[in-house]
Design a protein around this ligand. Structure first.
Ligand code: M6R
Length: 412
């Protein structure tokens, strides 16, 4: 490589011609200033990332969607019998939200698998199956291996990917880019939001082609999407509320660590993240964010399963994060919060603006604006990212490069 360009040779010493590709990222995308960390920068960029991911792809009058590298006829879309999504880590939680989105909008059955499980379990896929990989880096070894397995079995291969030119991008028949820009912090944040938007676009695209969405419904769904960047900006502007929640959350954890009435092994902090329905994967993602950057153990759980075991954990030093926004399972979440309070647990809630009931039940609430339920996860995840971030910073952790973790897992 010289200042004038680059030359390539193969292992036998013969020159190789390479195609030139333009990377659509700007130099300033890779600079963290004025933020203290890349993670905070990437969290705060999300309203813009959502705008870029939607940009130029939606006809807001009809809800019809244009995807540059995924094109098919209505007949081909109707032939799809199911979608199997494969991914790892944060991307698999995006996939779980995607199941709700695609089943609702496109009326196609969707399965979600950890790529590391899918690749070894001799999965049942055929020519009518679409295997959809979700990957920020496009280089995660298990995801690539799951894609190979799907290809071997004759499935169509699609990917939702951030890094253009990555292996996942090059190996797929259909590609939807995230337009999140370079994600540098190890903990994934903005790529998650972009994946959810891409899944919504895919749902609209397939829903139209398969006749599952009328033009009128399409326009309503597109209208909901159009408001999303603005609403995400509103949530991010409530960072001070999230930091206050993080302060209180940490105090509860520290109380437990100082309790001398408990044997040593019970003094270690544990947190529960509860939600139901489409926000359940956000509970999983919120718990993962806390674990990976603060090293505090946290577990995401479907709230309806509490009584089958985890409720035994609740006591006065147990922080419980509950996502209780106004949707079809709101009342059920309210019941669960009461159950936790009845056992002296500490509840930190994410609720919808204007909801006065949750405020009287929970110890601290961060509010998000009203939003259509299918898009709510894009907003409910934001306070959880910020809370994890502030907890980790207050504990003096290296949030951009947490111990034992790599940005892209390229070995098994
Ligand atoms: O690049 P990918 O989306 O394929 O990466 C998958 C996971 O390795 C990644 O999401 C990991 O779990 C992050 N550290 C989560 O914040």
């Amino acid at each position: 490589v010289t200042a004038d360009g680059a030359q390539f040779w193969n292992l036998d010493g013969f020159p190789v011609r390479k195609e030139r590709h333009t990377v659509p990222w700007r130099l300033e995308d890779a600079i963290k200033e004025p933020y203290p960390t890349f993670m905070l920068k990437e969290i705060m960029e999300q309203a813009g990332v959502i705008t870029n991911t939607i940009g130029g792809r939606v006809d807001f009058a009809t809800g019809e969607v244009f995807l540059e590298r995924l094109r098919m006829t209505a007949e081909e879309a109707r032939q799809i019998s199911r979608v199997a999504i494969v991914a790892c880590g944060t991307s698999v939680y995006a996939a779980r939200v995607g199941k709700y989105i695609l089943e609702t909008l496109a009326r196609i059955p969707v399965e979600v698998d950890y790529a590391s499980e899918f690749r070894y379990r001799d999965p049942l896929v055929d020519k009518q199956t679409v295997v959809l990989a979700i990957t920020q880096s496009g280089e995660t070894v298990d995801t690539l291996a799951a894609m190979e397995e799907a290809r071997r079995k004759g499935a169509s291969l699609w990917t939702i990917v951030n890094v253009a030119g990555s292996q996942a991008d090059r190996r797929s028949d259909g590609v939807i880019h995230m337009h999140a820009g370079p994600e540098i912090a190890v903990a994934s944040t903005k790529a998650f939001a972009a994946s959810l938007v891409d899944l919504y676009l895919l749902g609209l695209y397939l829903g139209h082609l398969r006749g599952a969405i009328s033009p009128r419904r399409g326009a309503e769904l597109a209208h909901d999407l159009a408001r999303l960047p603005f609403l995400a900006g509103e949530v991010l502007a409530r960072d001070a509320d999230c930091e206050e929640l993080a302060d209180r959350f940490l105090k509860v954890i520290q109380l437990r660590e100082r309790r001398d009435d408990l044997p040593g092994e019970l003094r270690r902090a544990d947190c529960l993240y509860l939600a139901r329905g489409i926000n359940y994967p956000i509970a999983l993602e919120g718990a993962l964010k806390l674990k990976e950057i603060s090293y505090i153990h946290a577990e995401g759980y479907p709230a309806g399963e509490m009584k089958h075991g985890p409720i035994a954990l609740i006591d006065r030093d147990m922080p419980v994060v509950a996502i209780a926004v106004q949707d079809g399972v709101y009342n059920k979440m309210g019941n669960q919060i009461e159950q936790v309070k009845a056992r002296n647990g500490r509840v930190f809630a994410i609720a919808t603006e204007g909801d006065d009931t949750i405020g009287t039940q929970a110890d601290h609430v961060v509010y998000i604006p009203q939003i259509a339920p299918l898009l709510a996860p894009v907003l409910t995840v934001l306070p959880l990212q910020l809370v994890a971030y502030h907890v980790a910073v207050k504990l003096g952790r290296n949030v951009d490069q947490p111990r034992n973790l790599a940005k892209s897992v390229t070995v098994e």
